[in-house]
Design a protein. Sequence first.
Length: 562
Amino acid sequence: MPAAQDVTHPFEPVFDEQSQVLVLGTMPSPRSRKEGFYYAHPRNRFWRVIAQLFDEPLARTNEERIDQLLRHHIALWDVLASCRIAGAKDASIRDAVPNDLARIMDAAPVAAVFCTGTAAAQAYRRFSEPKTGIACVQLPSTSPANAAMGLDALVDAYRPLAAAAAASEAPLLDVPDVVRLEQAIANAGTPLSTLMDRAGAWIAHRAIARIEALRDDAKEPTETNKTSETTGTNETNDRSCPHPSDEPRAGHDGARRRACDASKIVVLCGNGNNGGDGWVAARILADAGLPVSVICAKEPHDLRAQPARNAAIEALTALEEHGARVLVSPDPAALESELESAAVIIDAILGTGFSGGSVAAPFDAWIEAAVRARNAGAFIIAADVPSGLSAQTGRAVRPCIKADETVTMLAMKPGLSTPFAFAWAGTVRIGAIAYVEPLLERMACEDNAPATGKDGKPDFAGSRGKKTPGKPLHAKAGDEDRAGAADDQADHAEESRRRDIGAEEPRRSRTRTEQTANPSAVCSALRQDPFARAEQEDDDGYDPYSDRPPMPEPVFQRDPWA
Ligand SMILES: NC(=O)C1=CN([C@@H]2O[C@H](COP(=O)(O)OP(=O)(O)OC[C@H]3O[C@@H](n4cnc5c(N)ncnc54)[C@H](OP(=O)(O)O)[C@@H]3O)[C@@H](O)[C@H]2O)[C@@H](O)CC1
Ligand SMILES: [K+]
C-alpha cells in the first residue's frame, strides 16, 4: 500500500455561467494529478460513460472533454481542496479540507449535484451540502476499482445525470446564420478545419454505430435458424447470414445480408465542404479498420473549397495506406456495383451550399443510385443535410437523397424542420461540433434581436424577420411542399414505414422545470434544517428522487493505483 501523503487539488474546476449540473469526485487520483485532468486513468470509465450517455464520440483530449461537459451544462470539480491520502484510497483520507463550491454555485444556476462514488458523497454531505443546500445524488464510481460494474450498468446508473443535464433544444438557425456562426467560432480560436474534423468524426461515429447494430442483428437467430434448430440439423449458430444462394431481399433482410458480407461503407463526396466532411469520415473509418471506399467527382488536389481540399488530400493518403478504394468519376456500372454491396452509404455530396432547382451531373446519378441501394437495404447517413434538399427552405428537388439518418452540424436548419423533412432526412441528430451558446448570444446582441425567446434561448427567428423583410421563414418551404402533393403522399408512406420499423424520433430536451423539480424541492426542505435528510431517503444514502435503483458499490476492495 502506498504511503500517505499530503495532496492539494492541482487543477481548476470546469464550469461556466450556463452550468446546471455539478459532478463531484473526492480528489484526483495520482494518475489524474500526473495527467493534469479529471478521471485521466486510462481504465477509468468516466469519459466513456459520458460519451455513451449523450451518444457522442469519446472525447479524447482535455479540450474536447471540457467542450463536451460545457455543451451539456455540466460542471466538474472535486469535494476536497486538500487532504492526506494513500494513493487513491478514499478510505485512507484524513485532514480533509473542502473546496469552496460557492465559486461555482455563485456563478452558475446549478440545481443538481451528483457525486461519483461513496466517499465523494460522504464528503459532500459532511462539508458542502450544509452550504449549498442541495442534496447530492450518489452515483457509482467509474474507477477500475469498481470493476464489478460493467460499462452498460454504469451508463444506466448515470442516466439521471443525463436527464438533469439534458441539453436544451438545439437552436434553429438560418443557413446564413450558420455560416456566420462558423466564422464566429473560427474567430474565437477553433479553425474551420477543426470543425470539419469534428463533423467527420460525428458522421463516422454514426456509421460505426450502424455497423455495430447490424453485426448484433446478424448474431440473433432468424426464424429459419429457429426452425433448423427444432428439426435437429447440425448447422452452426452463426446462421443469421442468408445463404449466398438466397435471393437478395429488400429492407432489413437486405441490410443483414450486407452486414454479413462486409460491413462495407461507401462515402459519396461532392466538391464542396460537405464533401470535406465525407473525406474526414472516410479517413476515420479506414483508420478504425472498416472496409470503406470513397466515390468523388474530382481528385483532392483539384478541389477548390477549403478546408475540404486539405482534408481530402490528408484523407487520400490515409486511405491509400489502408488500401481503400477511391473511385474518381466512376462510370455508371462501377458506381452501381460499388453502391449495391454497401451496408452503409454516407451522403456527403451537397450540404448547405446546394442551390438551384435540380442537381447537376454527375451527382443526380449518384443520388439515384444511392436511393436504389437503400431500397435494397443499405442505410444512408446524410452529412448535414440530405443532398437535393434545401437546408433553408426544405424544398426537395428530384432526385433527392432519402436518408435514414441526418447528422446536421451546429444547429437545426429550417429545411430540416418542415413537416415533410422527415421523409428525406430520417432521424435528425445535431452534431454538436462546438460550444456555441455564448457566440449565439453575442450574435443575437449584434443583430439587436430580443435577448431571449420564450424558452430562454436566443430568438433567431425574431432577428431573421428583421434582417430579411418580406421573406418569412417557412412560407417558401410550405408553398413548395404543397405544390408537390404527389410527392407528399409518397413521403407520408415513407414516414409511416419508418414508424413501423421503430425509427427514432428526434430527442426532445426536458424543460428546465422538469430537470430540476425534485432537487429544488429537497433543497428548500434542507435549507430549513441543513442536517436533515430528505424524507424517505434510503438507509444507504440514495436519494429518493433518483430514478436509479440502488446499486451496491464495492468500496475499494483493492487499490488500483498501487
Ligand atoms: N465551412 C466550414 O468550415 C464547415 C462546413 N461544413 C460543411 O460544409 C458544408 C457547406 O459547404 P459549402 O459551403 O462548401 O457547400 P456544399 O454544401 O459543399 O456545396 C457546394 C458544392 O455544391 C455544388 N453545388 C451547388 N449546387 C449544386 C447543384 N444544384 N447541383 C450540383 N452541384 C451543386 C457546388 O458546385 P459549384 O457551384 O461550385 O460548381 C459546390 O461544389 C456544410 O453543409 C457542412 O457539411 C462542416 O464541416 C463544418 C465546417
Ligand atoms: K449531404
